[in-house]
Design a protein around this ligand. Sequence first.
Ligand code: KIV
Length: 276
Amino acid sequence: MGRFARAVRAPDLMRMKRGGERIAMLTAYDFTMARLLDRAGIDVILVGDSLGMVILGHENTVPVTLDAMVHHTAAVSRAAARALVVADMPFLSCHAGTRDAVRGAGRLIRDGGAQAVKVEGGHPVLPVVQRLVEAGIPVMGHLGLTPQSVHQIGGFKKQARSRSEAQKLVESARALQAAGAFAIVLEAIPAHVAAEATAMLDIPTIGIGAGPHCDGQVLVSHDAFGLYDEFVPSFVKQYANLGSLMTAAAEDYVREVRNGEFPAARKPALSGSFPE
Ligand code: KIV
């Protein structure tokens, strides 16, 4: 199966795994970024709760609310013509009972326009995953470093390093698949553990800091494009340094405004300029 001209949807990811096609996923939190990624042919756009850090300036993802997720998901969905839009279920939204979780996921789908939600964790969230899938909501799992548990983990640390932790992770992945998840993000785990889970599962794995053997990869766009430098994980590859470009452009603008160079005396011939 070749790359899709039509929109990518959750079942396509399983077909991609079966066909040996790698899945490319990036985060976006607003219309403009989502449109650029969609035009680039990205398969999945994740409206990650990483927006708490890279958009809202928090230290971690814990303060992100469902309202914020719905707000940003709606902006992304308006831009995504082809990519599958997956929205994160934020901190505690899956732990106050399945009814609450279904209502929350329903808002991300109905009001936010996402086609799937992502849920962090293993066994404690299985009843929620099952209920969401029964309700017709595709669920992506997330194992390994689950940032919403940062206080319990004690920081953003690599997970599943011991044999017993690795076995537990592989077991959780199997259970998520059985509960109906259509894909699983594996974050910050050893490459050999990700390889084992990937080989064992029928559903695709999407790695971040989990080595090259996953069925797909995801990065936080602000890391990949050099827009956020508060905390850059060691596994990140920077594909551009847009942060430096933007700072340099803003410096040019400040200088030109201050010395009267901009606006120029003659009307610039820009398309999209306002009529006289
Ligand atoms: O919130 C997020 O951006 C994520 C990715 C790191 C997978 O969950």
